[in-house]
Each structure stands twice: as structure tokens, then as C-alpha cells.
Design a protein around this ligand. Structure first.
Ligand code: 6PG
Length: 252
């Protein structure tokens, strides 16, 4: 099947199938983790929910090639969470815990679920992140952020036309209202995402091909984060890489 490589911001990596794509993404993650630990002694990893990354998380814990991931020096963060309890099947952290976090040798204090049911979850999570980073920087730099993309071009819980798109200061925002698919969400904002060292967007399956095509068309003209929030990803001093399987890339 001829491989189509869409023109998107940053690097675009297209693999023939999901299996190879997970291999490539896992290798990139391992490399980033090793580099972070070597240079800074810690690896700050942020993970998304949704159905796309589940198989990838399982692969990370079962494939011997990824056994050397430095879990002992890793901190897990969440890209976004639904404002529901951990017992609710829509809870992203429950999925991340079941597929990955419960199966890797990490101490409790290295895992940072979003306190989605607390009174001021966005502020509380920002406070926790700033305490762990200990650096007096305006915006902490995450080492590797794994993102997905919805059919409507949302990423994290940044939905088209939603209020969190306008957050320019805080690291996290509660996103709710008529433009947000319920329940309310807590999400990373553009300032935090775009400060990261690496952003990886994982998109798989033919059902996402149309969204990828729309993002490509929009980016060729000019990014429009209000209509297609994923086009607002624009790392200041980091790398953005798209990981697509051939179906999502629109190969025929
Ligand atoms: C979430 C995500 C979200 C997700 C996209 C794609 O909590 O749902 O963080 O941004 O990545 O909605 O979701 P799917 O992988 O289920 O298509």
C-alpha cells in the first residue's frame, strides 16, 4: 500500500500498522527517558486517556524491549481527566493504572493522578506539579507528552471553541460548558503543552483519516486552534512528532 505522509507541523512518522507504530513510539519514549535521566536525573512523562493509547501502554509493560525504561526515575502526569471518581469507567487514570501504572516499579509518590473531584482541581494539580519540579520557572518543561486526537480535532481536553483554549497563564484548566463533551474535564493548557521537550501525537485507524486530512488542510493555510485545537500545538523549544498508522495517514 503506498504510504501517504500528511504535511503536518513538526515531524510526521507513518508506520504500516499499529504494531510497528507502537515499536517506533516505544523506542522514541525509551530514548527520551534515558536522555532525561542522564541530563536531569528524572523523566517527566504525561499520558493521555482515550481508547487509542491503551494497547500501547500494555505493550510498554509486556515487551522486553521496553524493560529498560527507567521507571524508578519517572514521574507520571496526566494530560487530562474527566471530573468523575476513579470507580467510574470514564476515568482516564483508572485506565492508565490498569494498563500501565500498576505494573511498573514506581513508588506511589511518582504517580500523579489529577485530583479531578477536588474543589479546585486545576489549581491543586498545578501546585503539585510545581512542588515536584522544584524549579523556579514560569512553566515546567515536561519531557514527553503523549497526546491523542479526537475526530473533531481536539487534543487533551481542549475542544473546539471551548473556554480552556483561551487560558494563557495557568498550567491546567477546568473545561466545561456547551462546547465540551460531558462530563467536565481538567486539562493541560497550551502554555504547558507547548513548553514540553517532546510532544507525541498518536493517531490510529481509518476513522481518524478524515480528521487528519482536515488538520493538514488547515495547517497548509494557517493554524486555527479555535476550530481545530490540535493545530495550536506549537512547541516553543521542543519537538512535535505525529505517530500515524497508514490508515490514519490516509494511505490507500
Ligand atoms: C481523553 C483524551 C483525548 C483523546 C482523544 C482521542 O481523555 O479522551 O485525552 O484527548 O486523546 O479524545 O480519543 P480516542 O483515542 O478514544 O479516539
Amino acid at each position: 500500500m503506498p504510504t501517504h505522509v500528511p504535511q503536518l507541523t513538526g515531524r510526521v512518522h507513518v508506520a504500516p500498522d499499529r504494531d510497528e507504530l507502537y515499536d517506533d513510539l516505544g523506542s522514541a519514549l525509551l530514548q527520551a527517558a534515558r536522555q532525561a535521566v542522564q541530563e536531569r536525573g528524572r523523566f517527566h512523562l504525561a499520558l493521555s486517556g482515550g481508547s487509542t493509547p491503551e494497547q500501547f501502554y500494555l505493550r510498554l509493560v509486556t515487551d522486553p524491549r521496553f524493560r529498560d525504561l527507567p521507571w524508578g526515575q519517572t514521574h507520571f502526569w496526566q494530560v487530562d481527566e474527566r471530573c468523575v471518581s476513579e470507580e467510574d469507567e470514564r476515568c482516564n487514570y483508572a485506565m492508565i493504572r490498569e494498563t500501565l501504572a500498576d505494573h511498573v516499579p514506581m513508588r506511589h509518590r511518582q504517580k500523579h493522578p489529577i485530583p479531578a473531584m477536588s474543589e479546585r482541581p486545576a489549581a491543586a494539580y498545578e501546585h503539585e506539579m510545581r512542588e515536584v519540579f522544584e524549579e523556579m520557572v514560569e512553566i515546567p518543561r515536561l519531557d514527553f507528552v503523549l497526546l491523542g486526537m479526537g475526530d473533531d480535532g481536539h487534543t487533551a481536553s481542549l475542544f473546539p471553541h471551548s473556554p480552556a483554549l483561551r487560558e494563557h497563564d495557568a498550567l491546567f484548566a477546568v473545561n466545561e460548558g456547551r462546547h465540551v463533551t460531558p462530563p467536565a474535564r481538567v486539562t493541560m493548557t497550551y502554555p504547558l503543552l507547548n513548553a514540553a521537550r517532546r510532544l507525541a501525537v498518536l493517531v490510529t485507524g481509518g476513522k481518524k483519516a478524515e480528521a487528519v486530512r482536515q488538520v493538514e488542510a488547515q495547517l497548509i493555510q494557517c493554524p486555527n486552534p479555535v476550530e481545530l485545537p490540535i493545530t495550536g500545538l506549537d512547541p516553543i523549544d521542543g519537538e512535535l512528532t505525529w505517530y500515524l498508522d497508514a490508515e490514519a495517514a490516509g494511505s490507500d
